[in-house]
Design a protein around this ligand. Structure first.
Ligand code: SF4
Length: 360
């Protein structure tokens, strides 16, 4: 069986797309700012989850200048719940760069788009083709899957060699006319027709030309090497309350959730802190807290990130006097009222705890 000719492959996908595409707002614009926003939001995020964030950002920041001039805390607060917060920080920094250095105009080709912070090969190709009709192929998980199955490519899609093989093939297939619609079409085809599990092979217009279908390899392709086991971390949060207010701190660079706010954190290898460990930590913070002021630890909260699994327990502690300035200086903790806490950008896990235990 011969693989499909590029022109036939593109034509088939374009015809399929015209009948099956989902109308999505970023498909109805050629504004590079809106397309860039949608692409950054949709990285590692499902369309349904990303859609409200897209509307929120475009409403709050209709132009790249509005986003550039927004405070970082506000941008992170709008991003809250999407995860991968470095994307939000890069988004903000790139907006500043485009606004201040490029006069608000995005670069108009793939090579220059790639120079923007947070813009990788996929995003550069998406913006270049959707906004400027450049003949450059997008390569995301959906495209890998379709190409791997139809053309019978068994290279590991996570290996550098595999990525090159797929990119070379993808570049040969993208047509000169309608590169934008073709790119949308192949991704949509992967999302709706040639899905990871139970693809709709029986009613597939590429069935007669599909290597995986002919050879019974639909469940085998694409080949992806196993990811490393995630790192498991145990966080113990000291939720200090004095009067009606709480102590939180902004997370620093070098770890997850940079720029978001959480409580005083002790990390250990164990799920629960012993009483001795807790008293020792309070001693470091110069706090002599009567036992009745320490509430029962919360149930464990779990948050799964791409390479880490975080388990968190919260220890709500009622202080009889404020933390000393020495302690607040060394820990970065500051005092916040409940309404101030609402407005701070926080990891979802912290937000869930607050809803369950503090704001209930
Ligand atoms: S026949 Fe099945 S595996 Fe092949 S392209 Fe169509 S949906 Fe995908």
């Amino acid at each position: 069986m011969l693989p499909p000719e590029p022109a036939f492959f593109a034509e088939t996908l374009l015809n399929w797309y015209k009948k099956h595409f989902r109308p999505l707002p970023w498909r109805e614009t050629t504004n590079p700012y809106a397309i860039w926003l949608s692409e950054i939001i949709l990285q590692q995020t499902r369309v349904n989850q990303g859609l409200p964030y897209y509307h929120t950002f475009l409403t709050a920041y209709p132009t790249v200048h509005d986003l550039a001039n927004a405070p970082e805390d506000e941008v992170l607060r709008h991003w809250q719940g999407l995860g991968y917060y470095s994307r939000a920080r890069n988004l903000h920094q790139t907006a500043k760069f485009v606004s201040e250095e490029l006069g608000g105009f995005f670069p108009e080709n793939y090579t220059d788009l790639l120079k923007l912070k947070g813009v990788g090969t996929y995003t550069a190709a998406a913006i270049a083709s959707f906004a400027f009709k450049e003949q450059v192929a997008v390569l995301d998980g959906n495209v890998f899957r379709v190409l791997s199955r139809v053309f019978g490519i068994s290279d590991d899609i996570l290996s550098p060699l595999g990525k090159r093989t797929f990119q070379d093939l993808a570049n040969k297939l993208v047509p000169a006319n309608e590169p934008d619609t073709y790119n949308q079409a192949i991704m949509e085809f992967g999302a709706i027709q040639c899905t990871p599990v139970m693809p709709d092979c029986l009613f597939c217009p590429l069935q007669d030309h599909c290597y995986a279908f002919k050879h019974g390899l639909v469940t085998v392709l694409p080949h992806k090497s196993k990811a490393k086991a995630p790192r498991v971390r145990h966080f113990h949060y000291f939720v200090f309350q004095f009067g009606e207010d709480f102590y939180l701190k902004k997370r620093l660079p070098g770890d997850i959730w940079q720029g978001l706010y959480d409580f005083h954190l002790l990390e250990s290898d164990t799920k629960a802190l012993s009483l001795d460990e807790m008293i020792a930590e309070l001693g470091i913070l110069q706090q002599d807290v009567p036992m009745p002021n320490i509430k029962m630890p919360s149930p464990a909260y779990k948050h799964v990130l791409s390479h880490q699994k975080v388990f968190a327990a919260f220890y709500h502690i009622l202080l009889e006097s404020p933390l000393s300035q020495n302690v607040t200086n060394s820990t970065g903790l500051s005092f916040y009222s409940k309404s101030e806490i609402e407005a701070l950008p926080k990891p979802v896990l912290i937000n869930n705890y607050l809803k369950d235990a503090i704001f209930k």
